[in-house]
Design a protein around this ligand. Structure first.
Ligand code: GAR
Length: 266
């Protein structure tokens, strides 16, 4: 039995994954306690789930911050330690074809929001941050502040597709519309790209002829509620390690892949 870790959760919507995590913590399936639930969306229905379990909540209204940034980017309060140019270079959410001005506005608004998130989170001293249907990308500003040790990532995300297929905001929709015969969900650590971090766990399900987008989502969510608590428990048991494996291909090229190793239980 490990001691309980402190989990912070960020959500944007209904919070069924949050519920699965809270329930698993309360039932002893995860050796952890959810110490706060934060959101970018003041109307997030999942906040009510947190309140029902006596978990503190907070809102950082991203839409409002982005609107203010659009009106007067220079008036937005930015943290003193934010080097916007360096963060823009480091992030890989927006590619080289995106105009510099747009990239700059994106980074400024997100960093302003993320500084607020970090300030709200700090008093709760979370060991792990879980993104549970949090529909905002995090910049290197936030990631580097939270992942104090770069070799020990502490931000997890659940994505509704078998990554690296179908990153983005509509994983099940994209899977279904593509005509895939198999769908799934992925839990991964966050890195500087969109849904591109090292994969911790995946679950898959068949997509049959009679399936609709609705039934695909239902099948997927049911697996998410099992997969996310499982991956969090591995973290709580200190069994996860990210390793870089180097391969030399037949043509001499050297490629690297980042793999999450799950150690056997002690
Ligand atoms: C889940 O399907 C989750 O995988 C997805 O949002 C849904 C949230 O549901 N996350 C993303 O798409 C992240 N890019 P929930 O609020 O009921 O947990």
């Amino acid at each position: 039995m490990t001691s309980k870790i402190r989990i912070g959760a960020l959500i944007s919507g209904g919070g069924t994954n949050l519920q699965a995590i809270i329930d698993a913590c309360e039932a002893g399936g995860i050796d952890a306690r959810v110490v706060f639930v934060g959101t970018d969306n003041p109307g997030a229905k999942g906040l009510e789930r947190a309140r029902r379990h006596g978990i503190p909540t907070f809102v950082v209204d991203y839409a409002e911050i982005i609107r203010r940034c659009g009106q007067a980017p220079d008036a937005l309060p930015l943290p003193a330690d934010a080097d916007i140019a360096a963060i823009t270079t480091k992030q890989s959410l927006l590619g080289p074809t995106v105009p510099a001005e747009k990239k700059g506005r994106f980074v400024v608004s997100r960093v302003a929001a993320e500084a607020r998130l970090l300030a709200e989170m700090a008093p709760y001293r979370p060991d792990l941050l879980v993104l549970a249907g949090f529909m905002r990308n995090l910049t290197p500003y936030f990631i580097d502040h939270f992942n104090i040790d770069p070799g020990f990532p502490r931000i997890m995300n659940i994505h509704p597709a078998l990554l690296p297929a179908f990153p983005g905001v509509d994983g099940y929709g994209d899977t279904f519309r593509y005509g895939c015969k198999v769908g799934g969900c992925t839990v991964h650590f966050i890195d500087y790209g969109e849904d591109s971090g090292p994969i911790i766990g995946q679950r898959s399900f068949p997509i049959e002829e009679g399936d609709t987008l609705d039934t695909v989502k239902k099948k997927g969510l049911a697996l998410e509620w099992l997969l996310y608590p499982q991956c969090i428990q591995w973290f709580a048991e200190n069994r996860l390690q990210v390793v870089t494996i180097t391969h030399t291909l037949d043509d001499g090229r050297v490629v690297q892949r980042r793999v999450v190793k799950v150690a056997q239980p002690e």
